[in-house]
Ligand binder design. Structure first.
Ligand SMILES: [Zn+2]
Length: 411
């Protein structure tokens, strides 16, 4: 009898706890409705935790308006602040806290930051990062947009459209670029800052015997990502074609590794797992312009975040070192998975020849790129000017442009 009562009491306590924490129980946090203010905004019932509201007070003692930054003294922050009075009018809500401090929030400001999954998703796609759309070789003509050099340089609308296409599909072309070694500079300046590497702020891709990098040869350049041996790997690759070869070959091949990763996850889950879990040592050792470099970086081929979303791809046959940082039993299965990944990239790749005057722009941590063998002649020497930009700069420019073009403030 006693046991039954104990069991019943335990069940009752558990039910009470579940009711209390049901708000976000599925995410595994303990959270009580008593710790939040519930507001009706545009017909939606939205909950805002006290601690978050107090932290995000918008008054000038707590938040610097021109720096758009929190300035409250964290050493004095009370994690258990409670409101003593809440007053809502048409456009805002005023909260008086138990220490006497008063905060005011605009309702649209609150709604934009609300904790519902739908609102959080909307913020992510509208402002944080545009969602990616994956593709395979046969889709390439449809997804690779062609943008005009002069329009990008002179209008914000064209710049925004180009960067959005680039972030969505991971590739786009710019046409009508002046035939000048420095023409790419205006594009780099429109976005932000180029990323310098040991190959320089910009680099020339041309056939060079005794080269420091196999990209500077005219032989077949197998599909790869650039600079996987950088921990802070340049995100976007720009290649301005000044002179295209008139021999056979010289075509670029491109593949979307996000498509390949999804494909492997579905059809080859064991190999997918090996490529996401096994670290590889990427390397580049040598001298360029008198500067010695010895770059090493360990990272899997497919890097995924905690939600199993791919965020970075590393792949290079020449720039993979011979030190294998894993256990000996993983060696053969890893090579098999790596080989399958390469084959799938070839199978689902697009191949095309870039015209002189075009800049091929692509996501260097998402796509593999390669180039077929070609032949220079006395009067025709293939020449590209290359540069890198980080995704931080691209996303930053996209958000600034969005706010400017939509005449909207997200603060
Ligand atoms: Zn305040």
């Amino acid at each position: 009898m006693l046991l039954i009562r104990r069991l019943r009491d335990t069940a009752l306590t558990l039910t009470r706890q579940l009711n209390k924490t049901s708000l976000s129980f599925k995410r595994g946090y303990s959270y009580s409705i008593k710790d939040a203010i519930v507001l009706q905004i545009n017909g939606e019932t939205l909950k805002f935790p006290h601690i978050w509201l107090r932290d995000n007070c918008q008054c000038e003692q707590c938040f610097h308006p021109s720096a758009k930054s929190r300035i409250l003294d964290w050493s004095k922050f009370n994690l258990d602040s409670k409101p003593t009075e809440v007053h809502k009018d048409e456009n805002s809500v005023q909260v008086t806290w138990d220490d006497g401090h008063t905060s005011r929030y605009r309702l649209d400001w609150l709604k934009f930051r609300s904790f519902t999954e739908e609102n959080q998703q909307q913020y992510e796609t509208e402002l944080y990062k545009p969602p990616k759309v994956t593709w395979k070789g046969e889709d390439f003509q449809k997804i690779c947009t062609i943008n005009d050099y002069n329009e990008i340089v002179s209008t914000d609308e064209a710049l925004y459209k180009w960067l959005k296409d680039l972030s969505t599909y991971g590739v786009s072309l710019i046409r009508n670029t002046p035939s000048d070694d420095t023409a790419i500079d205006a594009i780099l300046q429109r976005v932000g800052f180029p990323k310098q590497t040991h190959y320089g702020l910009k680099f020339i891709v041309q056939n060079v015997p005794n080269t420091s990098n196999v990209a500077y040869l005219s032989s077949n350049l197998q599909m790869h990502t650039d600079l996987p041996y950088y921990g802070y790997c340049p995100g976007v690759n720009l290649l301005h074609c000044l002179v295209q070869t008139n021999s056979d070959g010289g075509e670029n091949t491109l593949s979307d590794c996000h498509y390949i990763a999804n494909y492997m996850k579905e059809h080859h889950p064991d190999q997918y797992k090996i490529l996401t879990n096994t670290e590889v040592e990427w390397s580049d050792i040598g001298v360029e312009n008198g500067n010695e470099f010895y770059k090493l970086y360990r990272s899997p081929v497919i890097c995924v975040d905690k939600c199993d979303h791919v965020w970075r791809i590393n792949f290079s046959i020449p720039q993979r070192g011979s030190h294998f940082p894993g256990p000996i039993e993983l060696v053969k299965p890893w090579y098999e998975a790596y080989s399958l990944f390469f084959e799938l990239n070839r199978k689902f790749s697009a191949s095309f020849k870039v015209d002189a005057g075009s800049i091929l722009v692509f996501d260097n941590i998402r796509l593999l790129h390669g180039r077929n063998q070609y032949q220079d002649s006395g009067e025709n020497v293939r020449k590209l000017i290359g540069a890198y930009i980080d995704w931080d700069e691209v996303y930053s420019r996209l958000r600034s442009l969005k706010v400017k073009l939509e005449k909207r403030s997200y603060y």
